[in-house]
Design a protein around this ligand. Sequence first.
Ligand SMILES: Nc1ncnc2c1ncn2[C@@H]1O[C@H](COP(=O)(O)OP(=O)(O)OP(=O)(O)O)[C@@H](O)[C@H]1O
Ligand SMILES: [Mg+2]
Length: 377
Amino acid sequence: MTDQAVDIQLENVTKRYTGTRQAAVEDFSMSIAAGEIVVFVGPSGCGKTTTMKMINRLIEPSSGRITIGGADALSLDPDELRRGIGYAIQQAGLFPHLTVGQNIGMVPGLLGWPKPKTATRVEEMLELVGLDAGEYRDRFPRQLSGGQQQRVGVARALAADPPVLLMDEPFGAVDPITRGNLQDELLSLQSELHKTIVFVTHDFDEAVKLGDRIAVLGPQSSILQFDTPEAILAAPANDTVAGFVGAGASLKQLTLLRVRDIEMDEAETATIDERPEDVRARLTAKNRKYALVLDNRRRPKRWVHIRDLSDRPLGTVGRPVNDLVTKQSTLQDALEAILTEGGFVPVVGTRGEYLGAVGIDTVMDTIRKLREEHDHG
Ligand SMILES: Nc1ncnc2c1ncn2[C@@H]1O[C@H](COP(=O)(O)OP(=O)(O)OP(=O)(O)O)[C@@H](O)[C@H]1O
Ligand SMILES: [Mg+2]
């Protein structure tokens, strides 16, 4: 296997555990493209872990065919196969009696890398996941927080630069904020590394955020729907999938839309050295209550209400702008900012200059349209 991303093919894969009546995984076929993140979601016991572990042969299929980058996984030596596949699991799965450095360096060591090369790699990996090597390399896992352990787990999975990563609820055991950060980090790593990633989660929101495609699985790993997050949110294949997507489907679609996708609103603007009475006259004439005060480089600074406008300079009245969005921001981000800002959030360009605004009504209209498409489409 090379460092280049590889595709994964599963063909008619079945797993029947000895002594069980039903197959845990029944006739599973899926084609995963090189460099793609595929997320498996589905209820507990549906076969997600079993399906994933057959890819690196921690579990041997009862029948079927698996190829990785065209190579028949079932005819490779299992240990050799696993060294080419990063594997990260819930609770990080670190060896408690080994230091952080030894955990991360284990697979490179098994691959026979020279010690100095492994040591350098350990440092690089710690840095990559945001941990200071000097501080953490010689600690034991129990001396780390849950989130730090997960980071080390990801570092270890990536250490030998495998083209394939399998991640089984890797962020399941951490608090929501740390989890969000780890997800962001994984996405930014992936934008550089382009691994082929299979990711298992219970959490549909996590699937939407991370997946290029999501496989919603039912009993015995039956594929209920396998498509992009957009397509699944817009049109769940059946009631079971709809149940998984949840009641907030149209709200979740806000994470898929960006400010550039909608028509922006216009705030009434004023410049910071304008005379308050001129601004007041303009607002009155246009029947508007608020002006957005821009500095001399057209950067939004303050919101002023018409009743704030007397003889005091614009830079000293009203309230400061606390939150801004860009055209790349998601509508979810915009909605949150609107809730902080109070009705409207300014949209700025790369130099912080005012481009427009997004108001609560526009977001509500968008949600309404998404819901109609969802109901009738
Ligand atoms: N070693 C085993 N022997 C027998 N049955 C097993 C074994 N491991 C798993 N199973 C069964 O296979 C089915 C699928 O289990 P699996 O662990 O793949 O589910 P999962 O989707 O990962 O669930 P969870 O979300 O709870 O992790 C379950 O019914 C489980 O009880
Ligand atoms: Mg599982």
